[in-house]
Write a protein that binds this ligand. Structure first.
Ligand SMILES: Nc1ncnc2c1ncn2[C@@H]1O[C@H](COP(=O)(O)OP(=O)(O)OP(=O)(O)O)[C@@H](O)[C@H]1O
Ligand SMILES: [Mg+2]
Length: 271
């Protein structure tokens, strides 16, 4: 028998790695629409402070996933832990901490931009002077000052995207979910938004983004996951995936997703 006093305590030569804090974790996240399985048993992990690109072809399940992660759509199964809270148990707490630009921009069409931001600020229980200051600043940065009297119903598609992003930023969230934020936005505004998002990430905000514009993903994202037919088919640090694949993100994506698809680049009447 070994005398416990003779046991040399094990001291690892390399200090135990401190696990990186996780902003978002899902387990078995699943969504059925009738008998169609749109999101299939998703295990996602997003590091705090990362810029996470959630990529996939049309119909892959990205927006369905974002809607579940932000409490807009109930999962059929699975758990979601966001910023230390269980989304099902603490939905209000989570909603205080996150900002969302959803795919369907359900805005209040009969309000002006300033009225809408004021409404959103009141929902978040911000003080009136804070709402007024931030509203003015957001309208200026998003270049939405030109038509102060215009109702949201009169906004162009890109203007609606920008006011939706402004609303998502108003309460200074710890995590942002952006579903195609650059779609329909002009090049100058896209540059402003990119710079703004980069600054937010530098300040520790975690950003979860879907975009089909892979140049933007490549420039901004630190981590990616690729979803196809509701399942994750690749995930990891972007630079590591690129090094492993020995190619750029577009080639990597097209090979991964397109490889399984019959690609046709002709039309019968065009030849
Ligand atoms: N409300 C719904 N009812 C039935 N099917 C739905 C519904 N919403 C989404 N789907 C289906 O779920 C699948 C995933 O849709 P989703 O909108 O999540 O795709 P996506 O990855 O966001 O695509 P895109 O890049 O085109 O935005 C699609 O096949 C879609 O038809
Ligand atoms: Mg979508």
């Amino acid at each position: 028998m070994v005398n416990p006093s003779e046991i040399i305590p094990f001291t690892p030569s390399v200090p135990a790695q401190v696990p990186e804090p996780i902003a978002l974790q899902t387990r078995n996240l699943t969504r059925w629409f009738g008998d169609f399985l749109a999101v299939n048993n998703l295990h996602l992990e997003v590091r705090r402070g990362s810029f996470f690109g959630f990529l996939g072809p049309n119909g892959a399940g990205k927006s369905t996933t974002i809607k579940m992660l932000t409490g807009l759509l109930a999962p059929s199964d699975g758990q979601i832990e966001l910023l230390g809270y269980d989304l099902m148990n603490d939905p209000i707490m989570v909603k205080r901490l996150i900002g969302v630009v959803p795919e369907d921009l359900n805005l209040f069409d009969r309000l002006t931009g300033a009225e809408y931001l004021t409404f959103v600020g009141r929902m978040h229980e911000l003080e009136r002077h804070v709402i007024a200051e931030r509203t003015a600043e957001l309208l200026r940065v998003m270049e939405l000052e030109d038509k102060p009297k215009a109702l949201l119903v009169e906004y162009s598609h890109g203007m609606r995207k920008k006011i939706s992003l402004a609303a998502a930023l108003l309460h200074n969230p710890q995590m942002l979910f952006l579903d195609e934020p650059f779609e329909g936005v002009d090049a100058v505004a896209a540059r402003t938004i990119k710079n703004l998002l980069e600054r937010m990430r530098e300040r520790g905000v975690t950003i979860f983004l879907t975009s089909h514009i892979l140049e933007i993903v490549e420039r901004l994202c630190t981590d990616i996951a690729i979803i196809n037919h509701g399942r994750i088919i690749a995930s990891g640090r972007l630079d590591e995936l690129r090094t492993q694949a020995g190619t750029n993100l577009e080639e990597y994506f097209v090979n991964l997703v397109g490889g399984a698809r019959r690609m046709t680049d002709t039309l019968s009447w065009i030849g």
